[in-house]
Design a binder for this molecule. Structure first.
Ligand code: MRU
Length: 344
């Protein structure tokens, strides 16, 4: 599968996902601000992938800094950190990756400046490798929950394009397929950005896994007709008690799954868990431009002057979630106890 992001001669090389599936093109961002803009405009998207991009942006900020002391470098990096964290507020992986890089800087303050800059680049590259390892572990754990013949429904894109590895929820699906389970996938198109239609269908076609695209509003009918065996999605932020922010439409799917007695699984790395937050209502929900709802392929679909409201994410309360699949295994309710035990 195509790689979402690479480190190329001191700069991030980003696959422009806005052009998929029709065109494969990479952009090289010259500085941390350009990398931040690639995150904001969703050239790169998906919680783990934007975490890696933000870490790369911090490494870029460090190497471009004219600071003559570690304290001055820290001031420059704090400025970059604030800019990057504001690009997309819901996915905690982004803030987590930025804070991780600031932590690396703190540990190296007594080193010489060129060594600190090199250390930050190494830390960003390690974060990318770690994400790939976590995806593989999530894939293995998630595949155990998928049975031969299952018809799996997924929302948004949680595959290689959304991470630096095989993906989270989609990684579980591809791992199950690779282990010989004859599954098929219902792909929610995921209005308005169409991550399902443009990206998940693209990845499933590449993996040769049987799949059908459905409009987001089709899920209820399929569930009522017993045509869905399980739902698996990713996450942008999970609170300590297991409330999950994910792509808008996820909450509705979770309610539908419960009503129809269908397991509803969330797959994400532990870096998506915000242990400092308990209640999902505290999660900042990104509001995106109304134009993204009012236009399709750059063409207006509503009368001129129509207003639109565009929340990028919603929050699914923990009671709707059958299990949370992480690189440390599968957690069940009460999530607060089970997930905490993984990090202690
Ligand atoms: O707005 P996006 O495309 O960045 O939203 C992505 C999602 O909601 C994914 O489900 C989530 O980030 C998990 S990606 C492994």
């Amino acid at each position: 599968m195509l790689s979402s992001i690479e480190w190329n001669k001191g700069k991030p090389k980003i696959l422009d996902q806005l052009l998929l599936p029709h065109k494969t093109a990479y952009v090289v961002s010259a500085n941390y601000k350009e990398t931040g803009e690639a995150i904001r405009s969703m050239k790169i998207r998906g919680a783990p992938a934007i975490g890696v991009a933000a870490a790369f942006a911090m490494a870029q900020a460090a190497s471009a800094s004219k600071a003559k002391s570690a304290a001055a470098l820290e001031r420059d990096l704090l400025k970059a950190a604030a800019f990057l964290k504001a690009t997309r507020p819901t996915a905690v992986n982004l803030a987590w990756a930025v804070d991780h890089m600031l932590g690396v800087l703190k540990k190296m303050v007594y080193a010489k400046l060129p060594r600190i800059v090199q250390g930050l680049t190494e830390a960003a590259l390690e974060l990318k490798e770690e994400d790939a390892r976590q995806c593989a572990a999530i894939g293995r754990a998630g595949a155990e929950l998928i049975r031969d013949g299952d018809r799996v429904l997924t929302h948004c894109n949680t595959g290689a394009l959304a991470t630096a590895g095989i993906g989270t929820a989609l990684g579980a699906i591809t791992t199950a397929w690779d282990s010989g389970k004859k599954i098929s996938v219902w792909v929610d198109e995921t209005r308005p950005y169409l991550q399902g239609a443009r990206l998940t269908a693209f990845e499933l076609a590449h993996a040769k896994i049987p799949h059908s695209l459905i409009t987001d509003s089709t899920a209820a009918l399929l569930m009522s007709k017993k045509m869905v065996d399980l739902v698996i999605v990713g996450a942008d932020r999970i609170t300590a008690r297991g409330d999950v922010a994910n792509k808008i439409g996820t909450y509705g799917l979770a309610i539908l799954a419960k009503e129809h007695g269908i397991p509803f699984y969330v797959a994400a790395p532990l870096s998506s868990v915000d242990f400092a937050m308990k209640d999902g209502s505290e999660i900042p929900i990104e509001e995106r431009p109304a134009t993204e709802v009012l236009n399709v392929n750059g063409k207006p679909i509503a009368p001129a002057g129509t207003k639109a409201l565009h929340y990028g994410f919603d929050v699914t309360p923990h009671r709707y979630i059958s299990a949370i699949i992480t690189e440390s295994g599968v957690f069940r309710a009460p999530f607060e106890n089970s997930m905490k035990s993984a990090i202690i």
